[in-house]
Design a protein around this ligand. Structure first.
Ligand SMILES: [Zn+2]
Length: 308
């Protein structure tokens, strides 16, 4: 039984952006952050250039996206955070100092969660429906904390590729799942000593297009996670535009936000009696299960031309 989307849509697609700026660097490497202007400036590219470039892209594409913003980023990059809000995009919580939850006990985590909610409320006037944990690091007790703090959904886990529910002991929490394959950081970030090389945007376009083309007939929920300081680079914004153009060739894609996906999941009608629960694994047989032609790697072609 395939996952049922509203209005007979075949699949869902969300562009999400984690606007970290320098917050996670201050949390993970506080001593280095006192002196390494290089590391700080790499991350400041997000608020200085990436955010507005991405906002212009979303405006051109007429798309609403989901932005997850740490409290620290809201306080230190307020104009950019406000422009995201004012452009009508969803804003979700993403830690305060981008605290990796593996470093926090339950009481610390609850305090940090309250702090980030206070900042989003007092500075942006936003009460977020959703939460994305920094670095997708989630403790076993986190879903119950989110439930207690009134969150509708989490978007940090990989246990399915359609929305599902996490049992918290205090009622289910909706999960809008993510996956490493659809994250820009492992592909594009330069990290000394890491095994990955910086990926060609053409290769990434092909990878993400293939994942979409396969998820679409499976009625999947395609959630792309990008970072303004990583994907705000010119060729990568061009890649996002090519990707969305490609995805729009498929029939029945619901381009939406994480919040709308979660609200649909919370309100959708029960499955017909006798049907198996939705696993997002059923064969697509409906007339809208169309597979678009393979995306071309024009980004890599342009790069090759530019080198000549
Ligand atoms: Zn982040």
């Amino acid at each position: 039984m395939r996952y049922r989307w509203p209005d007979g849509k075949q699949s869902a697609a969300v562009l999400s952006f984690d606007f970290d700026a320098e917050s996670g660097f201050y949390f993970r490497e506080p001593e280095k952050a006192k002196r390494s202007l290089g590391d700080l400036e790499e991350r400041r590219f997000g608020p200085r250039v990436g955010v507005d470039r991405i906002l212009r892209l979303l405006d051109r594409l007429k798309l609403r996206a989901s932005f997850f913003i740490p409290g620290w980023t809201v306080e230190h990059h307020f104009p950019e955070s406000a422009r995201i809000r004012d452009a009508g995009h969803e804003i979700g919580a993403h830690g305060n100092m981008h605290e990796a939850l593996g470093f926090l006990d339950e009481a610390q985590e609850e305090r940090v969660m309250r702090e980030q909610l206070d900042i989003l409320k007092s500075r942006l006037g936003v009460r977020p429906a959703g939460y994305r944990s920094p670095s997708w690091d989630v403790n076993v007790w986190t879903p119950a904390l989110l439930k207690r703090q009134g969150f509708l959904y989490d978007s940090s886990l990989m246990g399915n590729d359609v929305p599902y529910e996490i049992d918290t002991g205090e009622g289910p929490l909706i999960e809008v799942p993510v996956q490493w394959l659809l994250d820009d950081a492992p592909l594009f970030r330069h990290v000394y000593g890491a095994t990955n090389a910086i990926a060609d945007p053409g290769r990434v376009l092909q990878m993400w297009s293939k994942e979409f083309a396969a998820m679409h007939p499976e009625s999947g929920c395609f959630v792309l996670t990008c970072h303004p300081f990583v994907s705000g680079r010119a060729s990568r914004v061009a890649l996002l535009e090519e990707l969305v153009t490609y995805m729009r060739r498929a029939r029945g894609v619901w381009f939406t936000t994480c919040e709308e996906v979660a609200r649909w999941h919370a309100s959708r009608p029960a499955e017909p009696a006798g049907s198996a629960p939705a696993k997002g694994r059923g064969a697509a047989t409906g007339p809208q299960a169309s597979r678009p032609a393979q995306a071309s790697s024009t980004a890599s072609g342009e790069r090759a031309r530019a080198r000549r």
